[in-house]
Design a protein around this ligand. Structure first.
Ligand code: FAD
Length: 318
């Protein structure tokens, strides 16, 4: 079922969903199931699976010269989606990127998803890889998520890249896109970011999932701004419980989000990470309850591959 249909069927009740990462290459899928199993009692209507681009490493050869090697640390997004749908009978949502994909790669990827009965996709640009200063699309790829949304929407209308294939079959994907209550790191302003978000929606996106935030006010203000700009589709909040002291520096650096002063002070006071985890759980429960009270249709949790804290939060909230 489509995310929009799940929301419509919930009759205003707040639903629980979460995102997982494919395991590191070489690990098996059991680690994924071990994390998902305890969360199934909260009846997630859908589970997102992230997509990870290849990275480049430089290896020294016998002649002393460095050779560039392409590695993919977390392959398996599509396979894991298929396994989730098969094992849990819930909708799995693969993330799909502009980065690393030509338009033809995208078309073939979408055909695979369609064959697997996947009905939702999260369309994203992706970030620059470590060796790039700025995001660089493939020569025949999309520069922004908007182009990717347009391509997925076109395939829903039976428009293929190859003219001979037009209208042979149509896909039926519900398209999700990303948004940033504290603005995207590259964006000159929140208004500019919302301007481009509107473009993605005009191109066919049907729901939005936000970057994590730790101050609900930022989300509420963002939603209000979007509504004033005429955005009417669901804006699903993304939530992440802080779990380690290191994340005090890592999260603002990597995701360009602010941490509220009271949360920072609570984390600094902690003796070890088990105490930090408890602080993160309590903070996230408060955030979740306030969002639930405001009638938000879905709360989406970033599990980062660990589910015990999400389980504790969900058992308090749902
Ligand atoms: P876009 O919508 O293309 O926007 C990127 C930037 O360009 C923004 O600053 C926007 O304002 C600007 N912009 C857009 N269009 C134009 C235009 N026409 N001209 C000028 N500027 C423009 N990354 C992964 O690698 N894998 C994942 O699985 C993944 N999952 C994610 C899930 C969520 C919910 C979120 C919020 C992010 C996720 N990301 C993931 C990270 C995401 O790929 C990065 O944040 C990326 O930098 C931006 O992606 P986007 O789709 O928002 O890009």
């Amino acid at each position: 079922m489509k995310v929009t249909e799940h929301i419509a069927q919930a009759n205003g009740n707040t639903q629980f969903s979460f995102e997982i990462l494919p395991p590191l290459k070489g690990q098996d899928i059991k680690s994924i199931f071990d994390n998902i199993d305890p969360l199934m009692e909260f009846k997630p209507p859908f589970i997102d699976v992230t997509y990870h681009r290849e990275e480049y490493i430089y290896k020294e050869q016998e002649n002393g010269l460095l050779k560039r090697q392409v590695v993919k640390k977390r392959p398996g997004t599509v396979g894991i989606c298929a396994a989730i749908q098969n094992r849990y009978k819930v909708d799995a949502i693969p993330h799909i990127l502009c980065g690393g994909f030509t338009k033809e790669d995208t078309e073939n990827f979408l055909i695979d998803l369609d064959f697997l009965g996947i009905q939702n996709v999260m369309a994203l640009r992706g970030d620059a890889v470590k060796t790039e200063t700025y995001f660089t699309p493939e020569k025949e790829g999309h520069e922004y998520a908007n182009g990717l949304v347009q391509q997925i929407h076109a395939l829903n209308d039976g428009v293929y890249l190859d003219e001979d294939l037009q209208n042979t079959s149509k896909t039926n994907f519900c398209i999700g896109v990303a948004a940033y209550p504290e603005k995207h790191m590259e964006s000159p302003s929140l208004d500019s970011d919302i301007h481009f978000l509107k473009k993605k929606i005009k191109s066919g996106a049907e729901y939005v999932v936000t970057q994590m935030f730790f101050d609900n006010q930022k989300y509420f203000e963002f939603v209000e701004k979007c509504r004033k700009e005429g955005i009417t589709i669901p804006i699903i909040p993304g939530l992440k419980p802080i779990a380690t002291k290191r994340q005090l520096n890592l999260l603002p650096h990597r995701f360009h989000v602010d941490l509220p002063e009271p949360l920072i002070l609570e984390v600094i006071k902690c003796k070890d990470n088990s105490e930090v985890k408890q602080v993160g759980i309590e903070w996230c429960i408060q955030q979740s309850k306030e969002l639930q009270k405001a009638g938000i249709p879905v709360l989406h949790y970033y599990s980062m591959g660990k589910s015990d804290n999400i389980q504790t939060i969900a058992s308090e909230v749902f």
